[in-house]
Ligand binder design. Structure first.
Ligand code: COA
Length: 260
């Protein structure tokens, strides 16, 4: 499938999804959001894709936010609908059954930071700048930022970012836990891919169930979430991969997982 504002390249089980609207610093207009939704739907069922890296085209930006041109003209009804659509699209990334890494190559602002927050893990280049500047525009986050940011970095740090609208650099983002690691700009894709490959070397069912347990469990009370974890744990005992993984350890050899 071909897209106007993004590009997908798949190699050795990893799909690289590149936002490509460089003249607008990859800002997320409605059309691009629709393409992200379709792309993830296609990647979900693509048998040759086991993990995804999301990044931005150009030297400057991962994604510089929602498209401010479109936001400036919205009615209240359109604004609510746009937020709900964006939330649905980013929820699908958070709940994606294969690992998704954001490779943050520059500005990740507003909807761009929210996109990174919806990905499972964030790797930033040392040139990245992150922030939620919505308050400077007289609006607030609409794609989940007021909820995912405090869950990731804590309420106080999130509110400082959300209320000042100030950008932080990659080192500060690492310090507060907004990104998992910071790497030199020229190594961003290589390091993100190496991290993803480390994940993909493990049992595929284990990865799916772990993603599912974390995504669904964090929305539940602890006791219920743990019960859910135990159910998945029981279910995974039915798999060939569970037998293979444990047997391989005992036989002191690498496992050969078959996603069965
Ligand atoms: N929506 C629409 N267009 C955007 C955009 C956005 N979120 N972010 C950048 N652009 C456009 C600019 O309008 C400019 O277009 P033009 O050349 O047609 O005028 C182009 O991208 C380049 O951006 P520019 O501002 O000239 O680059 P810069 O290096 O001077 O500044 C930023 C970079 C990221 C600091 C600045 O573009 C910015 O503050 N963007 C908005 C960030 C934001 O508030 N995001 C949250 C939106 S909810």
């Amino acid at each position: 499938m071909s897209y106007k504002n993004l590009e997908i390249e798949t190699r050795d089980g990893i799909a690289r999804l590149t936002l490509r609207r460089p003249e607008k610093l990859n800002a997320l207009n409605d059309e691009t959001m629709g393409e992200i939704e379709s792309a993830f739907e296609a990647l979900r069922v693509a048998a040759d894709v086991h993990g995804v890296i999301v990044t931005g085209s150009g030297e400057k930006a991962f994604v510089a936010g929602a498209d401010i041109g479109e936001l400036s003209a919205q009615t209240p009804v359109e604004g609510r609908a746009r937020a709900m659509r964006g939330q649905r699209i980013f929820d699908a990334i958070e709940r994606f059954p294969k690992p998704v890494i954001a490779a943050i190559n520059g500005f990740a602002l507003g909807g761009g930071c929210e996109l990174a927050l919806a990905c499972h893990v964030r790797v930033a280049s040392d040139t990245a700048k992150l922030g939620q500047p919505e308050v400077k525009l007289g609006i607030l986050c609409g794609y989940g930022g007021t909820q995912r940011l405090p869950r990731l970095v804590g309420r106080g740090r999130a509110l400082e970012l959300l209320l000042t609208g100030e950008m932080i650099d990659a080192a500060e983002a690492l310090r507060i836990g907004l990104v998992n690691r910071v790497v030199p700009r020229e190594k961003l894709l290589e390091e993100s891919e190496a991290l993803l490959r480390k994940m993909l070397a493990n049992g595929p069912v284990s990865l799916r169930f772990t993603l599912q347990a974390v995504a669904a469990g964090l929305d539940m009370p602890l006791a219920q979430a743990q019960e859910y974890e135990a159910t998945l744990f029981g279910l995974i005992c039915t798999t060939e991969d569970m037998k293979e993984g444990t047997r391989a350890f005992l036989e002191k050899r690498p496992p050969r997982f078959q996603d069965k």
